[in-house]
Design a protein around this ligand. Structure first.
Ligand code: PMP
Length: 321
């Protein structure tokens, strides 16, 4: 797959779904509107999630991957914003399954819950005592690059990663994505698929929209949660599969920039990005420039598990239909 094909695949939106869920109600797509005065300040404290569902054509079932973990993270992000949730994880989970069913998707999908302070009376920038947020949930079709053999190129960005005492990266806040956006803009202007962001200490943090692993001498290494990363669900899944299925040791520690250049394998991981091998960084070839042996085994396993072709880990999938 060429880079442009990958971007088309991941960005393919499909047709508009029939319904959106807005704070307790299933609303027709065209009626899912908010008042113009909500724009602006509500976005400053808005938090969200990105969740994937994989269609299994043999079983005619859509498998939503790690729905509970994503919803638990959403509620943690809300907590830091001093936003309470009128709905529990179990209620939101039921809602998402019902929404996906109502939209009758029989394809790979992306689900995006957004939580924000709605209404126009209290500007979102004022210090707030804890109060309930509104939640809106969309879903749409999305492609998958798993199994495509996709190899990406990366460049180390000149932008620095936001840090916990500035804009906490473990909170999945819309506002944090301006940092990712600067990085993505720069890397694409320089001809790379993704930008790698260093934290204020000069250590590797993550990719604009994903986490990163390197492999050195058979050991998989990923930056710790204190390196300015989003506490990624896919990163944890990778650690689990490496350790428990492939017998690969995983170490969480700081990674220096030049370790990237001399690593045997490098790959990125995340819900949207899935798993993609990195073939070069700043023009240095990584390994043989293709998909290394460990990432190739991992990708196959991950692909089969998320889609439910491999029946292990049923608790990781919420089946719809
Ligand atoms: N970091 C950032 C900045 C991201 O946007 C994402 C995608 N959600 C990730 C890491 C990967 O997180 P996850 O595996 O939970 O999707």
């Amino acid at each position: 797959m060429s880079t442009d094909e990958v971007k088309d695949t991941l960005g393919a939106m499909g047709s508009d779904p029939s319904y959106v869920w807005m704070s307790g109600e299933l609303v027709a797509w065209d009626d899912a509107v908010v008042h113009a005065s909500t724009l602006g300040w509500s976005a400053i404290s808005m938090v969200f999630e990105g969740i994937r569902g994989y269609w299994n054509s043999e079983e005619e079932q859509l498998n939503i991957f790690h729905l509970d973990l994503h919803l638990e993270r959403l509620l943690r992000s809300m907590k830091v914003m001093r936003m309470t949730s009128p709905w529990s994880v179990a209620e939101l989970k039921r809602t998402i399954v019902d929404l996906v069913q109502a939209n009758e998707f029989r394809d790979d999908i992306y689900i995006q819950p957004l939580a924000y302070f709605g209404g126009s009376t209290t500007p979102g920038y004022l210090p707030v005592s804890e109060r309930p947020g509104d939640i809106t949930i969309f879903n749409r079709q999305i492609g998958s690059v798993l199994g495509s053999g996709q190899i990406t190129s990366c460049g180390v960005s000149s932008w620095t990663r936001i840090s916990d005492n500035v804009m906490p990266p473990r909170v999945k806040a819309i506002a944090n994505y301006q940092n990712s956006r600067y990085v993505a803009d720069e890397s694409s202007r320089h001809g790379y698929d993704f930008g790698i962001i260093l934290n204020p200490q000069g250590k590797v943090s993550e990719i604009s929209y994903a986490c990163l692993y390197i492999v050195r001498d058979g050991v998989a290494i990923t930056p710790p949660v204190s390196a300015g990363i989003l506490e990624s669900i896919t990163r944890d899944v990778v650690r689990h599969l490496f350790q428990d299925e492939l017998g690969v040791q995983v170490v969480e520690r700081d990674i220096d920039r030049t370790e990237l250049y001399i690593a045997d394998e490098v790959f990125i991981c995340g819900t949207g990005a899935e798993l993609q091998a990195v073939g070069s960084i700043d023009g240095y070839q990584i390994g043989n420039g293709g998909m290394g042996p460990l990432v190739s085994q991992l990708e196959q396993l991950f692909h089969d598990i998320v889609r439910g072709k491999d029946s292990r880990y049923p608790e990781w999938r919420s089946g719809v239909y």
